[in-house]
Each structure stands twice: as structure tokens, then as C-alpha cells.
Design a protein. Structure first.
Length: 448
């Protein structure tokens, strides 16, 4: 939401905002942009300059929120986050990047390539760019690049956010059941992506990973291009090599060979980048130029972000599901021979009992798994599928892993990490939450 605030501010709108609290880097970015904001919900502050023309309402705004109540009482115009994106960001050539994983990174890659190529797209992706570009911008062209999130749009709109973005071009990275709090069955999850694909125009384009089930891709009559590791794909990648300093691989298309290098870590980056390479090529960007732009791409924060690199190495990654955690840990395991300890906190959907079978063997690349105190989840008392908490989750993972610990005190967790690691070991924090400052505390103490 802060990225939207900055994008509107740069277009000349007067923007203010509220939230439960503001912390770096969000607070820093808003302050540097000159945007007024305040913690808590205060109608007098929201209306200090009169009633706002439009209110963008986040999912955090509950029915008892006084600002939300005021908006309804005064019948002010309001939009959900994706409705605002649809109104001011979606352009004639609407590129949407969707999928269970890889969508934030891929959307940021594609936005970077198109910016470097001079397309001046409107764009939005979730995350803070290490390339020092805003996470959202309203451009001045007929092109937009948007991260297509499958999570619900608003409190009053349970449909996926990506349905608001009217894609003419869709980059589909993966479809693996996630967000069990919104999609209680795998079938309901897959149906959302099927509907998205069905909505593509006949003159549109679907760039799709081989990891996506064919029954989904067969639901459209538009131009389809597949990519992946197998020979049958129109664009195939191979020779993936990841070091502690970056990733290199080769893309093959017909008789053409393209050698790609990036400073981003992780074997899975080859899949993300290949999809973006294909999509960028569809807009006429020459392969040699794409390769050059990819070489300068630096990723976004919390994607295998190396927070400390000394006697031990500390990584921070947003991987908040067992599937995402598995892929990240596989890549880390290939780079380091020391003990690998993972501190993991799943998102809300992956704390539902229906999601628990997905944890089987997800952490085999790690030597130890630590579950910290998990955030409280506000749930409907009538919901039969209540969220699991730390002890139960650790017991679930222990079914297929021999060393799992539940440590519910942050200080005790940090002490455990400090006393149970030695030179050459790796600690990976994986989860969508901020771990209550534990990473900063650990890095501070390790660096001393």
C-alpha cells in the first residue's frame, strides 16, 4: 500500500495514510517521499484537510475501524487495493505475472527490463527493489506490468486480486495449492487460475512454465509459449550454476543460444528469468539487450537476501509456505557445506490443518528446523478449521524430519542460534513476517 501512496504522490495527488504501525523500510520510504502518515485510526487526522476524494481501503480495516465507519457513513468513494490498481495502473497492454511462487520477483524483473528498454510502463510488484526503483509507478505509456496476487481482493471481495487487472499478456509461473484460508481445497485454488487463463483475449499471449498443469493452459485460444527445462518447451534453459555470488545458465530457442548471468542467488532464478526473457521478447526487445538488462538486475529484498556473511552466513527470505521453503533450502544447501538451520514461520493459509500434509519432506535440505512463537491469527469462532500454532506445527514437521525445535521465546531462540553454530554454518529465516527484529539482533551480536 505504501508503494501506491508514493506512486500517487509523484503524480501530484495529496496523499495521507494510516495503519496499525509504521516501521522501516516503509516508514523511511514514506518520510523520504514527503508523505504524511500516522499510526492508529483517527478520523480527525484523516479529515484534517476535509473529506478525502478517494479512500483506498486495505484488508487490515475491520468493521469496527472508525475511519472505515466514517467512510461508509459519509458515503465517500472508496476502492480496494486492486481496484485502485485497475483504475490507474492497468494499461492497454496489460502484462500480469501470476503464480504460487516467483510472481513478485518475476514482476520486478520484467518491470526492470522494460524500464531499461525505454517502455516507461506503469508497474507494481510486492517488495523493495535493490535496484532502487519504486515498487509501484504510474507511467506514461500503453504498457503495464503487474504482480497478479491470487489472494482475496478486500473484506467485501473474496475474488483474487488478479481478476481486476484485465491481462492481455499473462506470465504464469506455477500453480501449487496455497492460501488454505481463502481456498479450502486444492480444486478451489486451481479454479481461480483456470478462470484467469480463460479470460485472456484471443489476440493475447500466455507465457507459461512447464510446471503448470496442461489442463489449465488448454483453456485459452490465445498464443501460448512454454518454457522450462525439458526439450519440448519452445524456450528451454539448462546448465544452471549457482555460486555464492550469483547464477548463470543458458536459454535455448530453436537454433539460438543465450547465456544469462545474474547476481541473484538460487537455481529457481533460472525459471523466473526465462519466463521474463520470453515475455520481454514478445514486446520486441532484442535478446542481446534483455541479457544486458538482466545482468544489472539486483533482485528485491527478502529473496535469499544475505544479511550477514562472516564466520556464519544469515539469510532472510519471504518463503512462507512449505513449497517455497523447500526450493530456497535446496539452493542454499548446494552453496554451503556447513550446518543449515532454518527458522520458519508460515503465512496464515499454511497454518490450516488442510495444508499440513504439504510439510512432508519440505525441510529435508536443512539440518535443523526451528519454529518460533507464531503470530496470533484472528479467526471466525465458527470456523471448524482453526489455525495451528508453534508446538503443533513443529510436531507436524517432525513426522519427516529428525531435528525440529519449538522455541517460543525470541531471546532464547537467538541464544540457541549463537551457541549451536560455528564457522561455515548457515542460518536461514524464512517467512512473511518480520521475526520481531530477531534477525537484526542476531546479526548485531554475530558481527561483534
Amino acid at each position: 500500500m505504501s508503494a501506491l501512496a508514493i506512486a500517487y504522490h509523484k503524480k501530484g495527488y495529496k496523499v495521507t495514510g494510516s495503519d496499525k504501525g509504521f516501521y522501516p523500510p516503509v516508514s523511511t520510504n514514506l518520510t523520504e517521499a514527503g508523505i504524511e502518515y500516522y499510526p492508529g485510526w483517527h478520523v480527525d487526522k484523516m479529515t484534517a484537510d476535509g473529506d478525502p476524494d478517494v479512500v483506498i481501503v486495505g484488508n487490515v480495516a475491520g468493521s469496527e475501524n472508525p475511519e472505515w465507519q466514517y467512510v461508509q457513513e459519509k458515503k465517500l468513494e472508496y476502492l480496494s487495493y486492486p481496484e485502485a490498481i485497475a483504475k490507474d495502473f492497468v494499461q492497454k497492454n496489460s502484462v500480469v505475472v501470476a503464480g504460487t511462487y516467483g510472481k513478485s520477483t518475476s514482476a520486478s524483473i520484467l518491470a526492470w527490463v522494460m524500464l531499461e528498454a525505454g517502455f516507461d510502463p506503469s508497474y507494481m510488484f510486492g517488495g523493495v527493489s535493490i535496484n532502487d526503483i519504486p515498487a509501484a509507478t504510474i507511467g506514461d505509456s500503453d504498457y503495464s506490468v503487474l504482480e497478479g496476487d491470487e489472494y482475496k481482493s478486500a473484506r467485501w471481495d473474496n475474488d483474487a486480486k488478479f481478476f481486476h487487472y484485465s491481462p492481455t499478456h499473462l506470465l504464469l509461473t506455477s500453480v501449487v495449492w496455497d492460501h488454505a484460508d481463502v481456498y479450502p481445497t486444492e480444486e478451489s485454488y486451481v479454479e481461480a487460475f483456470e478462470k484467469l487463463v480463460k479470460g485472456l483475449p484471443k489476440d493475447g499471449c500466455l507465457v507459461v512454465s512447464e510446471k503448470v498443469q496442461k489442463q489449465i493452459t488448454e483453456l485459452t485460444n490465445c498464443h501460448i509459449i512454454t518454457y522450462g527445462k525439458s526439450e519440448e518447451n519452445e524456450y528451454r534453459y539448462d546448465n544452471v550454476e549457482t555460486t555464492k555470488h550469483g547464477t548463470s545458465f543458458t536459454i535455448y530457442n530453436n537454433l539460438n543460444t543465450y547465456n544469462i548471468t545474474t547476481s541473484s542467488l538460487g537455481d529457481y532464478m533460472a525459471d523466473n528469468i526465462t519466463g521474463c526473457f520470453v515475455m520481454a521478447h514478445q514486446f520486441g526487445i532484442e535478446p542481446e539487450d534483455i541479457i544486458q538488462y538482466l545482468a544489472t538486475y539486483k533482485n528485491i529484498k527478502r529473496r535469499l537476501e544475505k544479511r550477514f556473511d562472516g564466520d556464519i552466513t544469515v539469510f532472510d527470505d519471504i518463503a512462507h509456505s512449505p513449497t517455497k521453503a523447500e526450493k530456497v533450502l535446496e539452493s542454499v544447501r548446494k552453496l554451503y557445506n556447513g550446518k543449515l538451520i532454518v527458522v520458519f514461520e508460515p503465512n496464515t493459509g499454511n497454518r490450516k490443518s488442510a495444508s499440513l500434509p504439504g510439510y512432508d519432506n519440505a525441510f529435508v535440505s536443512a539440518d535443523e528446523v526451528i519454529i518460533p512463537r507464531l503470530s496470533q491469527v484472528k479467526v471466525d469462532e465458527d470456523d471448524m478449521d482453526q489455525p495451528v500454532y508453534g508446538k503443533e506445527l513443529s510436531e507436524t514437521i517432525a513426522h519427516t524430519h529428525t531435528s525440529v525445535h519449538y522455541i517460543d521465546e525470541d531471546e532464547r531462540l537467538i541464544e540457541y542460534l549463537l551457541t549451536n553454530t560455528k564457522k561455515g554454518d548457515v542460518i536461514a529465516f524464512l517467512g512473511s513476517h518480520g521475526f520481531r527484529g530477531m534477525i537484526d539482533q542476531l546479526v548485531s551480536r554475530v558481527s561483534k
